[in-house]
Design a binder for this molecule. Structure first.
Ligand code: ATP
Ligand code: MG
Length: 477
Protein backbone atom coordinates (compact mmCIF):
# COMPACT_ATOMS: atom_id res chain seq x y z
CA UNK A 1 0.00 0.00 0.00
CA UNK A 2 1.42 3.38 -0.91
CA UNK A 3 1.87 6.16 1.62
CA UNK A 4 -0.57 9.04 1.55
CA UNK A 5 0.26 12.57 2.53
CA UNK A 6 -1.92 14.22 5.16
CA UNK A 7 -2.74 16.87 2.57
CA UNK A 8 -4.07 14.33 0.09
CA UNK A 9 -6.06 12.52 2.77
CA UNK A 10 -7.74 15.72 3.92
CA UNK A 11 -8.54 16.67 0.33
CA UNK A 12 -10.34 13.36 -0.17
CA UNK A 13 -13.92 13.51 -1.26
CA UNK A 14 -14.94 10.08 0.06
CA UNK A 15 -14.03 7.54 2.69
CA UNK A 16 -11.39 4.84 2.11
CA UNK A 17 -11.15 1.42 3.72
CA UNK A 18 -7.34 1.29 3.93
CA UNK A 19 -4.86 4.16 4.04
CA UNK A 20 -1.29 4.46 5.26
CA UNK A 21 0.35 7.68 6.48
CA UNK A 22 3.64 8.67 8.12
CA UNK A 23 4.18 11.72 10.27
CA UNK A 24 5.10 13.25 13.60
CA UNK A 25 2.78 13.46 16.56
CA UNK A 26 1.73 17.01 17.37
CA UNK A 27 -0.50 16.08 20.32
CA UNK A 28 -1.89 12.93 21.92
CA UNK A 29 -5.04 13.38 23.99
CA UNK A 30 -7.00 11.08 26.26
CA UNK A 31 -5.02 8.01 25.17
CA UNK A 32 -7.20 8.15 22.07
CA UNK A 33 -6.65 11.08 19.68
CA UNK A 34 -3.34 11.57 17.85
CA UNK A 35 -2.89 14.73 15.79
CA UNK A 36 -0.42 13.61 13.11
CA UNK A 37 1.39 16.11 10.92
CA UNK A 38 3.73 15.34 8.03
CA UNK A 39 4.52 18.87 6.86
CA UNK A 40 2.51 18.54 3.66
CA UNK A 41 -0.01 21.12 4.86
CA UNK A 42 -0.88 23.23 7.88
CA UNK A 43 -3.45 20.76 9.19
CA UNK A 44 -2.81 17.56 11.08
CA UNK A 45 -4.93 14.50 10.59
CA UNK A 46 -6.74 13.12 13.61
CA UNK A 47 -5.95 9.45 14.15
CA UNK A 48 -8.27 7.68 16.59
CA UNK A 49 -7.05 4.64 18.48
CA UNK A 50 -8.89 2.22 20.67
CA UNK A 51 -6.39 1.84 23.53
CA UNK A 52 -7.68 -1.67 24.24
CA UNK A 53 -6.04 -2.78 20.96
CA UNK A 54 -2.58 -1.48 21.86
CA UNK A 55 -0.32 -2.42 24.74
CA UNK A 56 0.67 0.10 27.35
CA UNK A 57 4.33 0.20 26.36
CA UNK A 58 3.37 1.32 22.83
CA UNK A 59 0.97 3.98 24.08
CA UNK A 60 3.66 5.40 26.39
CA UNK A 61 5.90 6.02 23.40
CA UNK A 62 3.36 8.25 21.66
CA UNK A 63 4.58 11.74 22.57
CA UNK A 64 4.74 15.07 20.83
CA UNK A 65 7.49 14.60 18.25
CA UNK A 66 7.34 10.79 17.92
CA UNK A 67 7.36 9.62 14.30
CA UNK A 68 4.74 7.06 13.38
CA UNK A 69 3.45 4.95 10.57
CA UNK A 70 -0.28 4.58 10.80
CA UNK A 71 -2.60 2.30 8.87
CA UNK A 72 -6.35 2.44 9.14
CA UNK A 73 -9.59 3.45 7.53
CA UNK A 74 -10.40 6.99 6.48
CA UNK A 75 -13.84 7.92 7.75
CA UNK A 76 -15.89 11.05 8.08
CA UNK A 77 -15.00 12.62 11.39
CA UNK A 78 -17.40 12.40 14.31
CA UNK A 79 -15.91 15.46 15.95
CA UNK A 80 -15.89 19.00 14.72
CA UNK A 81 -12.74 20.63 13.35
CA UNK A 82 -11.93 18.14 10.60
CA UNK A 83 -13.80 16.50 7.78
CA UNK A 84 -11.94 13.18 7.88
CA UNK A 85 -10.12 11.14 10.47
CA UNK A 86 -8.37 7.79 10.54
CA UNK A 87 -9.58 4.89 12.66
CA UNK A 88 -6.25 3.24 13.39
CA UNK A 89 -5.87 -0.51 12.83
CA UNK A 90 -2.07 -0.68 12.90
CA UNK A 91 0.44 1.66 14.47
CA UNK A 92 4.21 1.47 14.19
CA UNK A 93 6.56 3.65 16.22
CA UNK A 94 9.28 4.73 13.78
CA UNK A 95 11.25 7.01 16.07
CA UNK A 96 10.70 7.69 19.74
CA UNK A 97 10.85 11.21 21.13
CA UNK A 98 11.73 11.92 24.74
CA UNK A 99 9.08 14.44 25.68
CA UNK A 100 11.15 15.79 28.59
CA UNK A 101 14.00 16.70 26.28
CA UNK A 102 12.18 17.64 23.07
CA UNK A 103 12.33 21.46 22.83
CA UNK A 104 9.13 21.83 20.81
CA UNK A 105 6.20 21.46 23.19
CA UNK A 106 2.54 21.90 22.33
CA UNK A 107 2.50 25.44 23.70
CA UNK A 108 3.57 28.92 22.62
CA UNK A 109 7.33 29.38 22.23
CA UNK A 110 9.09 32.70 21.72
CA UNK A 111 10.67 33.32 18.31
CA UNK A 112 14.05 33.81 20.05
CA UNK A 113 13.80 30.35 21.57
CA UNK A 114 12.81 28.86 18.23
CA UNK A 115 15.75 30.59 16.48
CA UNK A 116 18.04 28.77 18.92
CA UNK A 117 16.29 25.58 17.80
CA UNK A 118 16.12 26.41 14.10
CA UNK A 119 16.70 22.76 13.18
CA UNK A 120 13.40 21.84 14.85
CA UNK A 121 11.33 25.00 14.47
CA UNK A 122 9.68 23.82 11.26
CA UNK A 123 7.91 21.22 13.42
CA UNK A 124 5.71 24.13 14.54
CA UNK A 125 2.71 25.31 12.54
CA UNK A 126 4.02 28.86 12.19
CA UNK A 127 7.40 27.92 10.76
CA UNK A 128 6.15 25.14 8.53
CA UNK A 129 3.62 27.61 7.07
CA UNK A 130 6.34 30.23 6.48
CA UNK A 131 8.65 27.76 4.78
CA UNK A 132 5.91 26.33 2.56
CA UNK A 133 5.13 29.91 1.50
CA UNK A 134 8.82 30.51 0.84
CA UNK A 135 8.88 27.47 -1.41
CA UNK A 136 5.72 28.52 -3.20
CA UNK A 137 7.06 32.04 -3.79
CA UNK A 138 10.30 30.63 -5.24
CA UNK A 139 8.27 28.59 -7.67
CA UNK A 140 6.23 31.67 -8.61
CA UNK A 141 9.43 33.63 -9.32
CA UNK A 142 10.51 31.05 -11.86
CA UNK A 143 7.06 30.59 -13.36
CA UNK A 144 6.60 34.35 -13.84
CA UNK A 145 9.87 34.80 -15.68
CA UNK A 146 9.52 31.58 -17.61
CA UNK A 147 6.13 32.56 -18.95
CA UNK A 148 7.33 36.07 -19.82
CA UNK A 149 10.28 35.08 -22.02
CA UNK A 150 13.11 35.48 -19.50
CA UNK A 151 16.12 33.15 -19.27
CA UNK A 152 17.48 32.06 -15.90
CA UNK A 153 21.20 32.83 -15.53
CA UNK A 154 23.45 31.44 -12.81
CA UNK A 155 25.82 34.25 -11.99
CA UNK A 156 28.98 33.42 -10.01
CA UNK A 157 29.09 33.44 -6.24
CA UNK A 158 32.83 34.04 -6.03
CA UNK A 159 33.72 37.39 -7.59
CA UNK A 160 36.56 39.84 -7.91
CA UNK A 161 34.36 42.91 -8.18
CA UNK A 162 32.48 44.72 -5.44
CA UNK A 163 29.45 45.20 -7.70
CA UNK A 164 28.31 48.51 -6.40
CA UNK A 165 30.08 49.18 -3.20
CA UNK A 166 26.77 47.82 -1.89
CA UNK A 167 28.22 46.54 1.31
CA UNK A 168 31.26 45.06 2.93
CA UNK A 169 32.26 41.80 1.33
CA UNK A 170 33.31 38.45 2.74
CA UNK A 171 36.78 37.53 1.53
CA UNK A 172 37.36 34.14 -0.10
CA UNK A 173 40.91 32.91 0.35
CA UNK A 174 43.02 29.82 0.87
CA UNK A 175 46.00 31.74 2.22
CA UNK A 176 47.30 30.76 5.64
CA UNK A 177 45.82 33.37 8.01
CA UNK A 178 48.77 33.00 10.39
CA UNK A 179 51.44 33.38 7.78
CA UNK A 180 50.18 34.97 4.55
CA UNK A 181 52.66 35.78 1.77
CA UNK A 182 53.57 39.48 1.72
CA UNK A 183 54.58 41.75 -1.16
CA UNK A 184 57.33 44.37 -1.14
CA UNK A 185 54.92 46.86 0.50
CA UNK A 186 54.40 44.39 3.33
CA UNK A 187 50.75 43.84 2.33
CA UNK A 188 49.13 40.45 1.81
CA UNK A 189 50.14 39.25 -1.65
CA UNK A 190 46.92 38.04 -3.22
CA UNK A 191 48.69 37.12 -6.44
CA UNK A 192 49.73 34.02 -4.46
CA UNK A 193 46.14 33.30 -3.46
CA UNK A 194 44.02 30.57 -5.02
CA UNK A 195 42.61 32.72 -7.84
CA UNK A 196 45.71 34.90 -8.22
CA UNK A 197 43.81 37.94 -7.01
CA UNK A 198 41.63 39.10 -4.16
CA UNK A 199 38.21 37.42 -4.31
CA UNK A 200 35.05 37.60 -2.27
CA UNK A 201 31.46 36.40 -2.07
CA UNK A 202 29.12 38.28 -4.36
CA UNK A 203 26.92 41.13 -3.09
CA UNK A 204 24.83 41.09 -6.29
CA UNK A 205 24.71 39.22 -9.58
CA UNK A 206 23.78 42.36 -11.49
CA UNK A 207 26.97 43.16 -13.39
CA UNK A 208 27.26 39.64 -14.77
CA UNK A 209 23.50 39.53 -15.45
CA UNK A 210 23.90 42.69 -17.55
CA UNK A 211 26.28 40.84 -19.87
CA UNK A 212 23.61 38.19 -20.44
CA UNK A 213 20.83 40.74 -20.94
CA UNK A 214 23.02 42.23 -23.68
CA UNK A 215 22.88 38.93 -25.54
CA UNK A 216 19.85 36.91 -24.42
CA UNK A 217 17.66 39.99 -24.02
CA UNK A 218 15.61 39.21 -20.94
CA UNK A 219 17.31 37.36 -18.09
CA UNK A 220 17.11 36.97 -14.33
CA UNK A 221 19.21 35.60 -11.51
CA UNK A 222 17.90 34.14 -8.29
CA UNK A 223 20.59 33.19 -5.85
CA UNK A 224 22.33 33.83 -2.56
CA UNK A 225 24.12 37.12 -1.96
CA UNK A 226 26.39 38.04 0.92
CA UNK A 227 26.95 41.28 2.76
CA UNK A 228 29.32 41.65 5.69
CA UNK A 229 27.70 44.86 6.87
CA UNK A 230 27.48 44.89 10.63
CA UNK A 231 23.87 46.01 10.67
CA UNK A 232 22.02 44.05 13.26
CA UNK A 233 18.56 45.12 12.12
CA UNK A 234 15.40 43.07 11.72
CA UNK A 235 15.63 43.61 7.92
CA UNK A 236 19.24 42.65 7.16
CA UNK A 237 20.88 39.25 6.83
CA UNK A 238 24.52 38.53 6.05
CA UNK A 239 23.39 35.87 3.57
CA UNK A 240 20.16 36.50 1.71
CA UNK A 241 18.54 35.58 -1.58
CA UNK A 242 18.08 38.12 -4.30
CA UNK A 243 16.08 38.06 -7.52
CA UNK A 244 17.59 40.23 -10.22
CA UNK A 245 15.95 40.59 -13.63
CA UNK A 246 17.87 42.52 -16.30
CA UNK A 247 16.32 43.52 -19.62
CA UNK A 248 17.87 44.94 -22.78
CA UNK A 249 16.15 47.87 -24.54
CA UNK A 250 14.02 48.62 -21.46
CA UNK A 251 13.97 52.05 -19.80
CA UNK A 252 13.22 53.08 -16.22
CA UNK A 253 9.47 53.24 -16.80
CA UNK A 254 9.48 49.72 -18.18
CA UNK A 255 11.55 48.68 -15.17
CA UNK A 256 8.97 50.08 -12.73
CA UNK A 257 6.14 48.41 -14.66
CA UNK A 258 7.98 45.09 -14.60
CA UNK A 259 8.71 45.26 -10.86
CA UNK A 260 5.14 46.16 -9.99
CA UNK A 261 3.66 43.45 -12.20
CA UNK A 262 6.13 40.88 -10.86
CA UNK A 263 5.39 41.67 -7.19
CA UNK A 264 1.66 41.48 -7.83
CA UNK A 265 2.06 38.15 -9.60
CA UNK A 266 4.00 36.67 -6.67
CA UNK A 267 1.43 37.79 -4.11
CA UNK A 268 -1.43 36.64 -6.31
CA UNK A 269 0.19 33.24 -6.60
CA UNK A 270 0.12 32.63 -2.83
CA UNK A 271 -3.44 33.94 -2.48
CA UNK A 272 -4.46 31.37 -5.10
CA UNK A 273 -2.31 28.48 -3.91
CA UNK A 274 -1.53 28.88 -0.22
CA UNK A 275 -4.62 30.28 1.41
CA UNK A 276 -4.57 27.76 4.30
CA UNK A 277 -1.07 28.73 5.36
CA UNK A 278 -1.88 32.42 4.89
CA UNK A 279 -5.03 32.13 6.99
CA UNK A 280 -3.05 30.48 9.77
CA UNK A 281 -0.42 33.24 9.71
CA UNK A 282 -3.15 35.88 9.52
CA UNK A 283 -4.65 34.56 12.75
CA UNK A 284 -1.21 34.50 14.37
CA UNK A 285 -0.62 38.12 13.39
CA UNK A 286 -4.05 39.20 14.58
CA UNK A 287 -3.35 37.64 17.98
CA UNK A 288 0.03 39.34 18.12
CA UNK A 289 -1.52 42.71 17.21
CA UNK A 290 -3.95 42.37 20.10
CA UNK A 291 -1.02 42.52 22.52
CA UNK A 292 0.04 45.92 21.13
CA UNK A 293 -1.31 49.31 22.20
CA UNK A 294 -4.31 50.42 20.13
CA UNK A 295 -2.44 53.14 18.21
CA UNK A 296 0.21 50.69 16.98
CA UNK A 297 -2.26 48.13 15.70
CA UNK A 298 -2.78 47.67 12.00
CA UNK A 299 -6.35 48.12 10.83
CA UNK A 300 -5.89 45.53 8.07
CA UNK A 301 -5.48 41.79 8.39
CA UNK A 302 -2.59 40.00 6.65
CA UNK A 303 -4.64 38.82 3.68
CA UNK A 304 -6.31 42.24 3.33
CA UNK A 305 -2.85 43.83 3.18
CA UNK A 306 -1.74 41.41 0.47
CA UNK A 307 -4.92 41.95 -1.54
CA UNK A 308 -4.55 45.70 -1.16
CA UNK A 309 -1.11 45.56 -2.80
CA UNK A 310 -2.41 43.36 -5.61
CA UNK A 311 -5.45 45.55 -6.30
CA UNK A 312 -3.94 49.04 -6.16
CA UNK A 313 -1.46 50.91 -8.32
CA UNK A 314 1.83 51.66 -6.60
CA UNK A 315 2.29 55.40 -6.06
CA UNK A 316 5.19 56.72 -8.17
CA UNK A 317 6.97 59.89 -7.09
CA UNK A 318 10.35 61.46 -7.80
CA UNK A 319 12.95 61.80 -5.09
CA UNK A 320 12.46 65.57 -5.30
CA UNK A 321 8.73 65.19 -4.58
CA UNK A 322 9.52 62.83 -1.70
CA UNK A 323 11.86 65.38 -0.14
CA UNK A 324 9.17 68.10 -0.38
CA UNK A 325 6.64 65.86 1.37
CA UNK A 326 9.13 64.90 4.07
CA UNK A 327 10.33 68.47 4.64
CA UNK A 328 6.76 69.56 5.34
CA UNK A 329 5.80 66.49 7.34
CA UNK A 330 4.77 66.65 10.98
CA UNK A 331 7.62 64.46 12.33
CA UNK A 332 10.14 66.62 10.49
CA UNK A 333 8.69 69.90 11.77
CA UNK A 334 8.36 68.55 15.30
CA UNK A 335 11.88 67.13 15.07
CA UNK A 336 10.64 63.60 15.64
CA UNK A 337 12.83 62.10 12.89
CA UNK A 338 16.26 60.99 14.03
CA UNK A 339 17.64 62.39 10.76
CA UNK A 340 15.86 65.64 9.92
CA UNK A 341 15.27 66.39 6.25
CA UNK A 342 16.63 69.83 5.51
CA UNK A 343 18.06 69.84 2.02
CA UNK A 344 17.65 68.20 -1.33
CA UNK A 345 20.35 65.54 -1.58
CA UNK A 346 19.77 63.91 1.80
CA UNK A 347 19.79 60.11 1.79
CA UNK A 348 16.45 58.65 2.82
CA UNK A 349 16.57 56.61 6.00
CA UNK A 350 14.13 53.87 6.82
CA UNK A 351 12.16 56.21 9.14
CA UNK A 352 11.51 58.48 6.13
CA UNK A 353 10.62 55.61 3.84
CA UNK A 354 8.17 54.26 6.38
CA UNK A 355 6.58 57.66 6.91
CA UNK A 356 5.92 57.98 3.17
CA UNK A 357 4.48 54.49 2.85
CA UNK A 358 2.65 54.03 6.13
CA UNK A 359 1.53 57.53 7.06
CA UNK A 360 1.43 59.66 3.93
CA UNK A 361 0.44 57.44 1.00
CA UNK A 362 -0.68 54.28 2.83
CA UNK A 363 0.27 52.12 -0.17
CA UNK A 364 3.44 50.83 -1.85
CA UNK A 365 5.51 53.70 -3.20
CA UNK A 366 8.10 53.83 -5.98
CA UNK A 367 10.61 56.65 -5.61
CA UNK A 368 12.67 57.41 -8.72
CA UNK A 369 15.23 59.89 -10.08
CA UNK A 370 17.54 60.02 -7.07
CA UNK A 371 20.54 62.34 -6.67
CA UNK A 372 23.47 60.78 -8.52
CA UNK A 373 25.87 61.03 -5.60
CA UNK A 374 23.86 58.82 -3.25
CA UNK A 375 23.43 56.04 -5.81
CA UNK A 376 25.72 53.51 -7.51
CA UNK A 377 28.01 54.46 -10.40
CA UNK A 378 26.25 52.34 -13.03
CA UNK A 379 22.92 54.15 -12.86
CA UNK A 380 21.97 56.23 -15.90
CA UNK A 381 22.53 59.95 -15.55
CA UNK A 382 19.50 62.12 -16.33
CA UNK A 383 19.70 65.17 -18.59
CA UNK A 384 19.71 67.45 -15.53
CA UNK A 385 23.20 66.04 -14.81
CA UNK A 386 22.17 65.81 -11.17
CA UNK A 387 19.88 62.82 -10.84
CA UNK A 388 20.04 59.22 -12.01
CA UNK A 389 17.36 56.86 -13.32
CA UNK A 390 17.19 54.89 -10.09
CA UNK A 391 14.09 53.54 -8.42
CA UNK A 392 13.36 52.03 -5.01
CA UNK A 393 10.12 50.32 -4.10
CA UNK A 394 8.95 50.76 -0.52
CA UNK A 395 6.44 48.45 1.14
CA UNK A 396 4.35 49.04 4.25
CA UNK A 397 5.91 47.49 7.34
CA UNK A 398 9.10 46.63 5.45
CA UNK A 399 10.59 49.75 3.86
CA UNK A 400 12.80 49.14 0.84
CA UNK A 401 11.99 45.87 -0.88
CA UNK A 402 13.34 46.58 -4.40
CA UNK A 403 16.26 48.68 -5.63
CA UNK A 404 16.84 49.12 -9.34
CA UNK A 405 17.76 51.43 -12.18
CA UNK A 406 18.24 52.03 -15.85
CA UNK A 407 21.95 51.38 -16.44
CA UNK A 408 24.41 53.89 -17.91
CA UNK A 409 25.00 52.74 -21.47
CA UNK A 410 27.22 55.66 -22.50
CA UNK A 411 30.89 54.62 -22.24
CA UNK A 412 32.32 58.09 -21.58
CA UNK A 413 29.88 58.91 -18.81
CA UNK A 414 30.34 55.47 -17.25
CA UNK A 415 34.14 55.82 -17.29
CA UNK A 416 33.89 59.26 -15.67
CA UNK A 417 31.57 58.03 -12.95
CA UNK A 418 33.79 55.06 -12.18
CA UNK A 419 36.85 57.25 -11.85
CA UNK A 420 34.90 59.66 -9.63
CA UNK A 421 34.29 56.96 -7.05
CA UNK A 422 37.73 55.43 -7.38
CA UNK A 423 36.88 52.35 -9.44
CA UNK A 424 39.46 51.64 -12.12
CA UNK A 425 37.51 51.03 -15.37
CA UNK A 426 40.20 48.52 -16.38
CA UNK A 427 39.30 46.32 -13.42
CA UNK A 428 35.81 46.06 -14.90
CA UNK A 429 36.98 45.89 -18.54
CA UNK A 430 34.41 43.23 -19.39
CA UNK A 431 31.62 45.44 -18.02
CA UNK A 432 32.70 48.50 -19.99
CA UNK A 433 33.07 46.28 -23.10
CA UNK A 434 29.27 46.07 -23.18
CA UNK A 435 29.26 49.82 -23.86
CA UNK A 436 31.76 49.42 -26.70
CA UNK A 437 30.17 46.58 -28.62
CA UNK A 438 26.57 47.31 -29.49
CA UNK A 439 25.60 49.27 -26.42
CA UNK A 440 21.89 49.76 -25.73
CA UNK A 441 19.72 51.06 -22.98
CA UNK A 442 18.90 48.38 -20.41
CA UNK A 443 17.46 48.17 -16.92
CA UNK A 444 16.98 45.85 -14.00
CA UNK A 445 16.36 45.61 -10.29
CA UNK A 446 17.03 43.51 -7.22
CA UNK A 447 14.24 42.16 -5.05
CA UNK A 448 15.29 40.98 -1.61
CA UNK A 449 13.50 37.65 -1.40
CA UNK A 450 13.32 37.57 2.40
CA UNK A 451 11.86 41.09 2.57
CA UNK A 452 9.07 39.90 0.30
CA UNK A 453 8.49 36.84 2.49
CA UNK A 454 8.31 39.09 5.55
CA UNK A 455 5.53 41.04 3.88
CA UNK A 456 3.72 37.91 2.69
CA UNK A 457 3.83 36.17 6.07
CA UNK A 458 3.46 39.15 8.41
CA UNK A 459 6.69 38.21 10.21
CA UNK A 460 8.57 41.18 11.61
CA UNK A 461 12.07 39.72 11.88
CA UNK A 462 13.95 38.64 8.74
CA UNK A 463 15.66 35.87 10.75
CA UNK A 464 12.34 34.06 10.86
CA UNK A 465 11.76 33.76 7.11
CA UNK A 466 14.99 31.98 6.07
CA UNK A 467 15.74 28.43 7.24
CA UNK A 468 19.11 29.10 8.88
CA UNK A 469 19.78 32.83 9.25
CA UNK A 470 23.31 34.20 9.04
CA UNK A 471 23.79 37.43 10.96
CA UNK A 472 26.74 39.02 12.78
CA UNK A 473 27.98 36.59 15.45
CA UNK A 474 25.61 33.88 14.30
CA UNK A 475 26.19 31.03 11.85
CA UNK A 476 24.93 28.06 13.89
CA UNK A 477 23.52 25.06 12.03
P1 ATP B 1 19.04 48.69 2.51
O1 ATP B 1 19.05 50.18 2.33
O2 ATP B 1 17.79 48.16 3.10
O3 ATP B 1 20.30 48.17 3.17
P2 ATP B 1 20.23 48.40 -0.09
O4 ATP B 1 19.99 49.73 -0.70
O5 ATP B 1 21.55 48.09 0.46
O6 ATP B 1 19.08 48.09 1.02
P3 ATP B 1 20.26 47.02 -2.65
O7 ATP B 1 21.74 46.99 -2.71
O8 ATP B 1 19.52 47.92 -3.56
O9 ATP B 1 19.79 47.27 -1.14
O10 ATP B 1 19.71 45.51 -2.79
C1 ATP B 1 18.47 45.20 -3.41
C2 ATP B 1 17.49 44.60 -2.43
O11 ATP B 1 18.07 43.55 -1.66
C3 ATP B 1 16.98 45.57 -1.38
O12 ATP B 1 15.92 46.34 -1.87
C4 ATP B 1 16.51 44.64 -0.28
O13 ATP B 1 15.23 44.12 -0.57
C5 ATP B 1 17.50 43.50 -0.36
N1 ATP B 1 18.58 43.60 0.64
C6 ATP B 1 19.64 44.43 0.64
N2 ATP B 1 20.46 44.19 1.67
C7 ATP B 1 19.90 43.16 2.36
C8 ATP B 1 20.29 42.42 3.51
N3 ATP B 1 21.43 42.68 4.17
N4 ATP B 1 19.47 41.42 3.93
C9 ATP B 1 18.34 41.12 3.27
N5 ATP B 1 17.93 41.77 2.15
C10 ATP B 1 18.69 42.78 1.70
MG1 MG C 1 22.24 48.11 2.44
Amino acid sequence: MKNNSVKDLLLNTGTQSQVKVNGWVRTFRANRFIALNDGSCIDSIQCVIDFKNFDDSTLKKINTGTSLEITGSLVESQGSGQKFEIIVSKLEILGECDSDKFPIQPKKHSFEFLRDNAHLRTRTSTFSAIMRLRSSLSFAVHSYFNSNGFYYVHTPIITTSDAEGAGEQFRVTTLDPKNPPLNEKNEVDYSKDFFGKETSLTVSGQLEAETYAMSLGKVYTFGPTFRAENSNTSRHLSEFWMIEPEVAFMDLNGNMDLAEDFLKHLLNHIIKNNIDDLSFLEQRLTNEEKTKPQNLRSDMSLIDKIRFVIDNDFKRITYTEAIEILKNSKPNKKKKFKYLIENWGADLQSEHERYLVEKHFKCPVIIYDYPANIKAFYMKLNEDNKTVKAMDILFPGIGEIVGGSQREENLDILNCKMKDIGVNPEDLWWYTDLRKFGTAKHSGFGLGFERLIMFATGMSNIRDVIPFPRTPQNAEF
